[in-house]
Design a protein around this ligand. Structure first.
Ligand code: MLT
Length: 395
């Protein structure tokens, strides 16, 4: 047996797994100590009422002969595909429901979608980057080309014509930096992808956090995107589905490469490799797109936005440079006194029991920076901000 030798090219452990292990070790050494968790972007508030009601109703449906569902359509239940297409239409983006594929979440999908691309190809990743983009490509034996982002370009670099890749990952609002591309910046990326024959994998997982009116929520708001982009989205952060698992992917019918149609290829892939997402979860997901669901999720998002404000005020008081927090649930700060990001992680954990994410975990360009998630409970966030101020005032 010959294993997939590309695994030998990966870092020893995945970023969030590594953080969880370090945190667990601390807990073991300090039993009973409360930790302020602002590391992984996991939500802390429960699902909204509209979703819970729909989930209960769907469970009852499964108990009755007339309403029982077995296998679901592999690409998604028509009721959910239509609800998502209608949601886009309200924002001025026309999609057919057949361009919407229901998935069990964006992170699963980001790896699975690599089936559409040649193993000998390459992926352009803007660094710092969500580590799954890089790791999924390395596992598949694909080459990764890094485009550096930094304070000088607001962590939002434009395309570089000298770079060649067949897939381009764009995440906006960005994980980890919280920076969001403007319409014009995305227009440049779309033009570049069409010119190069590349495909943009647009990660829109944080679009619901956008506050500024003219920032695009979807790559399909940009002219020309239908011939060069796939959008991946998730209800994890939008509606608290991190543990419930539900997402969706949009592949326009016009998207073709090498004489093949990517929408048709994905239908072929899904009908072979999945039996769809469960009826119960899709019913819960459809409730998110009702007007009641939309109002309720906005309320929850408002709580996370207030957390962001609390943290931003603390950093302002300390005079520490940061970005994000406004259009995204992440705050990306410069580590104080040139500290490296893992040293800063250990320092915060040991001194004030605050867990964040070291920037280096998002690639070499993240060294010297640190990410806070704003998905924690308001009480914990306030206390963490207070501890941060007290500690960093002295360094
Ligand atoms: C993060 O913390 O970067 C995200 O929660 C990870 C994810 O969505 O898988």
């Amino acid at each position: 047996m010959i294993p997939n030798m590309h695994y030998a090219d990966l870092k020893d452990s995945y970023l969030f797994y590594h953080i969880a292990q370090k945190t667990q070790a601390y807990r073991k050494a300090h039993p009973g100590t409360h930790l302020y968790r602002m590391g992984i972007g996991d939500v802390s508030l429960p699902l909204c009422d509209a979703v819970i009601r729909a989930l209960h109703e769907a469970v009852d449906d499964q108990a009755k002969q007339d309403t029982f569902h077995g296998y679901m359509p592999e690409c998604g239940a028509p009721f959910l595909r239509e609800a998502i297409a209608d949601h886009y239409q309200k924002r001025g983006v026309s999609l057919s429901s057949e361009e919407v594929f229901v998935s069990s979440g964006a992170s699963d999908e980001l790896g699975d979608l690599l089936d559409l691309f040649d193993r000998g190809g390459s992926a352009l990743v803007i660094e710092p980057a969500y580590p799954a983009y890089v790791d999924a490509n390395v596992m598949a034996g694909r080459r990764v080309v890094h485009l550096a982002a930094g304070e000088a370009n607001g962590f939002l670099p434009g395309p570089d014509d000298s770079m060649e890749a067949d897939i381009i990952y764009l995440c906006s609002p960005n994980n980890p930096t919280g920076a969001a591309f403007s319409r014009m910046q995305l227009q440049d990326w779309v033009a570049y992808a069409n010119r190069k024959g590349a495909v943009i994998l647009f990660d829109a997982a944080y679009e619901a956090f956008i506050e500024e009116a003219d920032l695009p929520h979807s790559i399909f708001e940009i002219e020309g995107a239908r011939t060069c982009a796939i959008e991946i989205c998730s209800l994890s952060k939008t509606a608290g589905f991190t543990g419930t698992r539900l997402g969706y992917t949009i592949i326009p019918k016009e998207l073709e490469r090498g004489g093949l149609n990517l929408n048709a290829m994905w239908v072929r892939n899904r009908t072979t490799k999945t039996n769809g997402v469960s009826y119960i979860i899709q019913k819960g997901g459809a409730a998110v797109f009702t007007s009641e669901g939309q109002k309720q999720i906005q309320k929850t998002i408002g709580v996370y936005k207030r957390n962001a404000k609390v943290l931003m005020e603390a950093l302002d008081q300390l005079g520490i440079w940061y970005c994000g927090g406004k259009n995204a649930p992440y705050i990306w700060m410069r580590c104080p006194n040139g500290m490296d990001s893992w040293a800063f992680f250990d320092y915060l954990l040991q001194e004030i029991q605050v867990v964040g994410t070291p920037g280096e975990g998002f690639g070499a360009c993240g060294e010297g920076y640190f990410r806070f998630s704003t998905f924690g409970s308001p009480d914990d966030t306030r206390e963490a901000a207070r501890r941060l101020c007290a500690l960093l005032r002295t360094v």
